[in-house]
Design a protein around this ligand. Structure first.
Ligand SMILES: *Cc1c(COP(=O)(O)O)cnc(C)c1O
Length: 395
């Protein structure tokens, strides 16, 4: 089976992890600090806080933003559930803003309309989680302008977008978002097995994030309520968590970071190839968000089932049976039973639902060979009953 996404691990990655295993320090230590510094440098961010996964990153980012009971967080329904769940962890309420059917990202125009209404109703969001779907940022310029006007914080959920850029700057640089979160799950751009990071330029947020990832504890005398009793002394100032990344994982992350540009180049080349070789098919292909350079975490197409005479499910099952590990991203979050119990219903976000009924994610990862990709394309042509055209073969 050709997977839809998977890690690329080579000898240098393995050596980096083994080196840490033989050292004195396995948990959060010098490698985590180096990984944070390296990613902050790469993304032109002042502060980077490594955590055990991106879900934890979203959780403490929301806490650092001051999100709590009575507050609202808005996000895209076309995302992984974690983009919304982070509000619920803080006791806050969630609402969604429908997607732009071209880019499949949260629609900034709709956001503007919704904010005007929310202001009149006295229910403005405190946080907007702007998800960089499939690796390309939203219309961050518009969203950050609205953030200034309406006073909410922007958390960019860039779980798909390590190494992407927006307006000529790296995602995470902090020009358009207060905090940016990354995931290092194996299907994402670089991996630490499990892992995540929060980037910010604001020192007070960074300090709070560091404290929240480690039980709410500080060893900084300047933050303490009384003089330290001795060198052993620490204080717990608030309720935090154990969300730390280990040095084993950070060593893998550092080693993967060296290969980031190669990963991005290969993903882009494969995406270009899909774009070129699928252009004559009855499919909707990915459309570019102005100013965004995607990290190409995923390559998603929209099926035109009416034109093909086969259902999405038939096409999906047929491809899986042929060994093509297609997938589907995403089931609209508001249709999950948990969110329906909170009052959401089918029809609430029609663009996300229309997209879901047509979506198909094709395999895309750095180690996918041209031959494997040709097999994906050939099988897709077969199930859509669209033989290879001369134009696609030689175009
Ligand atoms: C993968 C993902 C997450 C969560 O990442 P973990 O590291 O697995 O916790 C959050 N948001 C989006 C959009 C994701 O794809």
């Amino acid at each position: 089976m050709i997977a839809y996404g998977r890690q690329s691990v080579e000898q240098a990655d393995i050596d980096a992890v083994v080196e840490v295993l033989r050292s004195d320090w396995l948990t959060q230590g010098p490698k985590v600090e180096r990984f944070e510094a390296a990613l902050a440098d790469r993304c032109q961010a002042r502060h980077a806080v490594a955590v055990c996964n991106a879900t934890a990153a979203l959780h403490i980012a929301c806490l650092a933003a001051g999100l709590g009971p009575g507050d609202w967080l808005w996000t895209s329904p076309n995302s992984f559930v974690a983009s919304a769940n982070c509000a619920r962890y803080c006791g806050a309420s969630v609402d969604f803003v429908d997607i732009d059917p071209a880019t499949l990202n949260l629609d900034a125009g709709l956001l503007e309309t919704r904010l005007a209404k929310a202001e009149a109703a006295g229910k403005l969001p405190k946080v907007v989680v702007a998800v960089a779907f499939a690796g390309q940022s939203c219309d961050l310029r518009a969203i950050s302008r609205l953030a200034k006007r309406y006073g909410f914080l922007v958390i960019e959920d860039a779980a798909h977008a390590v190494g992407a850029s927006y307006a000529g700057k790296p995602v995470g640089c902090g020009e358009f978002a207060d905090m940016t979160i990354f995931s290092f799950h194996p299907v994402k751009i670089i991996t630490t097995a499990e892992g995540g990071m929060v980037l910010t330029n604001q020192p007070h947020l960074a300090e709070r994030l560091r404290r929240l990832r480690s039980h709410g504890i500080t060893r900084d005398p300047a933050q303490m309520t009384e003089p330290a009793h001795g060198d052993w002394y620490y204080q717990q100032l608030e309720l935090g968590y154990n969300y730390r990344l280990s040095d084993l994982q950070a060593a893998l992350g550092l080693s993967q970071l060296v290969r980031l540009d190669a990963f991005l180049a290969r993903r882009r080349a494969l995406a270009d190839r899909y774009q070129r070789l699928l252009v004559d098919l009855p499919l909707g292909l990915p459309e570019k968000q102005p100013e965004a350079e995607s990290a190409w975490h995923m390559y998603v197409v929209r099926l035109h089932c009416g034109a093909v005479g086969r259902t999405q499910r038939e096409i999906f099952d047929d491809l899986r049976q042929a060994g093509i590990g297609v997938n589907l991203h995403y089931i609209p979050i508001h249709l999950q039973p948990y969110y329906r119990d909170l009052g959401f219903a089918p029809g609430d976000f029609p663009e996300a639902e229309r997209y879901y009924a047509q979506a198909l994610t094709l395999p895309l990862y750095p180690d996918l060979t041209d031959e494997q990709q040709d097999e994906v394309i050939w099988q897709l042509r077969r199930v859509l009953a669209q033989p290879m055209s001369m134009r696609a073969m030689y175009g």
